[in-house]
Design a protein around this ligand. Sequence first.
Ligand SMILES: CC(C)(COP(=O)(O)OP(=O)(O)OC[C@H]1O[C@@H](n2cnc3c(N)ncnc32)[C@H](O)[C@@H]1OP(=O)(O)O)[C@@H](O)C(=O)NCCC(=O)NCCS
Length: 191
Amino acid sequence: MAAVHPKELILAKGFGSAKRQREFLVARSAARLGIAEMGFLPLPVGKGPKGEPLWPPGVVASLAHDEGWAGCLIAKRGSGLVALGLDFEPLNREVSKGVYQTIYSPAEAQQLEALGDWALRAGFCAKEAIFKCLYPLFGAYLGFLDAQLVFLDHQTFVAKLSQPSGAPEIPAQVTGQLWRQEDRIFAALGL
Ligand SMILES: CC(C)(COP(=O)(O)OP(=O)(O)OC[C@H]1O[C@@H](n2cnc3c(N)ncnc32)[C@H](O)[C@@H]1OP(=O)(O)O)[C@@H](O)C(=O)NCCC(=O)NCCS
């Protein structure tokens, strides 16, 4: 892990729990390592008012972390990508039906259930990656039901998006990638 940056340490202190502070710092350190490897100055990664990471100039990226993992997807601004979204979720965590009712429309839930439990986890992961990709670019808050999955298999997802009111126009549809590593499912997309 790269050394903790003092500015990130100050941001981390804003979180109540030691676990959250640790996850925040580990993920930020991983991000700065990646940023340095791409030839940029390893500047601290700030935090915007809605939790969005504030990347150093020239960098487009997205972060995800949990107790055991921290990951960062990074690209150079100007490389054809203007936004990235990354998320991962454990495949083995029990999730209640009630939670899925808040994430999926009845039709979506039925289609994903037919594919198996992994697909319900993957769809959730895909939706969070979509949010992380779109929010910094458009400032649009999309709820889970504003992104409707119209295709999902072990490698790919496609979601149709509702236009949020009072925000810049967002893409009508996005496509992303899914993959598994150990006991987690990962989702990523770029715009
Ligand atoms: C923000 C959210 C997506 C984070 O996902 P999570 O699974 O809880 O947590 P993860 O560890 O995967 O990701 C956390 C990281 O997401 C990033 N993040 C948080 N808010 C963000 C935002 N508004 N925009 C972009 N990235 C954001 C941060 O880097 C954060 O880590 P940090 O606080 O240490 O910097 C989730 O909490 C949320 O609010 N979801 C509701 C909206 C949604 O997902 N809609 C789906 C339809 S598009």
